[in-house]
Design a protein around this ligand. Structure first.
Ligand code: BG6
Length: 522
């Protein structure tokens, strides 16, 4: 549990010149500072290879805040105070000299504040640097107090089960598990954190949260963006490794887990690992029946033309890397036996929409003449944050006519405060030594075990059933087929603006349930 206390801290970021530092980490730290969450004494050491003038570097970071912070442009005075605590450390990650310089700088700061403070080492670097940096920190004894010193490792954590295991072993030989924070920024999102509160602090839904009442669950993370400038990384990764192995499986865990014994890191992570261990793994043949992969071709989004994936920078012109995945999974435990979980993610889709839809079974009471829609519980993570319950209601009038209506909880109506960014919440957690929202090593391995059969099947047959979809569409149409007979198409939360969306609402209400022989769970 968070203590709410942060001792004086040295924050060290490896990858000072990277996009993550400029767009996410520094704006998040700045917001923590302006909202009084950082300790009174802190220093931020940003390490990278390039030779950079410190003033120019700070100005570049300011641009990042002005452009990407949720609070808009930085305040002049606050920035002056904050930026005076940012130091650029030029150094090669592979050379011991870099760590000696760093050590001197950290010591100098700790002497000034007369205290051995917390040290947070953030690895915002390409995967090949993780081991060398971890090793150098350990050799230089920079991160050796397990109660004060922490490392934060960004995904991708390995590129398959073997490499993840190897990396886990390598790191755990040098640091204690409680010092290692594997970050998945989805766990820092406000609505994702709220799912546990929603499930376990309210008694209304939990009794229904099982295969007796739930028909199926859809977890969909659609992105409007393409791969942009990240083609070099993405082409050897693909949507399965980039999104499913981490973000979507984490969402699955939170939705499917049993109530942990307490709200405490180990108990919560144990409950999540149990979910992953029970996910049924597919044979190669079953992969092609239960998982759809797609790749976007040129198209149009919001009136702007978009290139296809193979035309993106640093992407092979004959690439078979998937930018879309839709998968049907089963969790073979008592609670979920027979309930399909449909996971979908894709890039270059019509708009951003991360939504979990829980569809309940049909009402057993057949007393009305109308065709009754099953209840749906909708948890929208972004861009809108809301929880909606769709239920049948009598249409006002003289006859008993039913139609679905919606009971909704929307953050923008319920709360006035601006919501913290995921990285703000997670960085503060690390500084406070709170690991609840981070992945444990065994959880990462369990997630790799779920995706490995899919990855292996696709590696073996790189062109088989690779479906092309036009940028600006919701993915290959065959992705709807894996929903059968549970639904005709993927659930779409209408955005709240525009006539087009109102039309969509009507369409959703008119979707009739399909006849369904159940998919067998054995
Ligand atoms: C990252 C992936 O982890 O998450 C990106 O590497 C993806 O490819 C991003 O775009 C999505 O995050 P968000 O917060 O924009 O939904």
């Amino acid at each position: 549990m968070k203590t709410g206390e942060v001792s004086p801290a040295s924050i060290i970021i490896f990858g000072a010149k990277g996009d993550l530092t400029k767009r996410k980490l520094i704006p998040a730290l700045y917001n923590l500072y302006t909202e009084d969450h950082l300790p009174s004494s802190f220093a931020i050491f940003c390490v990278d290879f390039l030779t950079v003038d410190e003033t120019a570097y700070r100005n570049d970071l300011l641009e990042g805040i002005d452009d990407f912070s949720r609070n808009g442009k930085a305040d002049k005075e606050k920035w002056a105070f904050f930026s005076a605590r940012i130091f650029y450390v030029q150094g090669d990650f592979m050379k011991a000299g870099t760590y000696n310089t760093l050590k001197e700088k950290i010591k100098e700061f700790e002497e000034q504040i007369k205290q051995r403070g917390t040290r947070m080492f953030y690895f915002a670097v390409a995967p090949r640097f993780i081991e060398p940096i971890a090793d150098a920190l350990w050799r230089a004894k920079l991160c050796n107090r397990d109660t004060l010193d922490r490392i934060v490792v960004e995904k991708p954590f390995g590129s398959d089960l073997d490499s993840a295991r190897k990396l886990n072993r390598y790191i755990s030989k040098r640091f204690k598990e409680k010092q290692i924070y594997h970050i998945d920024h989805y766990l820092g999102k406000e609505m994702v954190q709220n799912i546990m509160a929603f499930r376990f602090a309210n008694y209304v839904f939990e009794p229904l949260w099982n295969n007796k009442y739930i028909d199926h669950i859809q977890i969909s993370v659609a992105e409007e963006v393409g791969v942009g400038k990240r083609g070099g990384y993405y082409d050897s990764s693909g949507a399965l490794r980039d999104m499913i192995q981490n973000h979507l499986l984490q969402l699955l865990c939170i939705i499917a887990m049993d109530c942990p014994k307490e709200y405490e890191a180990e108990a919560i992570r144990d409950a999540k690992v149990r979910v992953l261990k029970n996910v049924r793994t597919w044979t190669t043949q079953q992969v092609f029946e239960n998982v759809v992969r797609g790749q976007y071709t040129p198209g149009e989004i919001n009136g702007m033309s978009r290139v296809g994936y193979r035309q993106e920078e640093q992407v092979a012109p004959d690439s078979t890397t998937e930018t879309f995945v839709a998968a049907r999974l089963f969790i073979d435990n008592e609670r979920w036996k027979g309930v399909p979980f449909f996971l979908r993610t894709g890039k270059s889709m019509p708009r951003q929409s991360s939504v979990i839809m829980i569809q309940f079974k049909d009402s057993p009471h057949k007393i009305f003449r109308d065709d009754i829609e099953p209840n749906q519980l909708i948890i929208s993570i972004q861009p809108e944050l809301e929880i909606d319950l769709m239920f049948e209601s009598k249409v006002p009038g003289l006859h008993m006519k039913l139609l679905p209506v919606e009971m909704d909880f929307m953050y923008k109506d319920a709360y006035t405060q601006s919501l913290p960014e995921a990285y703000e919440s997670l960085l503060l957690d690390v500084l406070e030594g709170e690991a609840t929202q981070f992945m444990r090593a065994d959880q990462i391995e369990a997630a790799w075990k779920v995706v490995m059969p899919i990855q292996e099947a696709w590696e073996k047959y790189p062109r088989k059933q690779l479906r092309l979809y036009e940028a600006g569409t919701w993915g290959p149409s065959v992705a709807n087929a894996i929903l059968k007979p549970y639904a005709k198409e993927w659930f779409l939360l209408p955005s709240r603006e525009g006539v087009k969306e109102i039309k969509e609402i009507k369409e959703i209400k008119e979707i009739k349930k399909t006849d369904k022989p159940a998919i067998t769970a054995s």
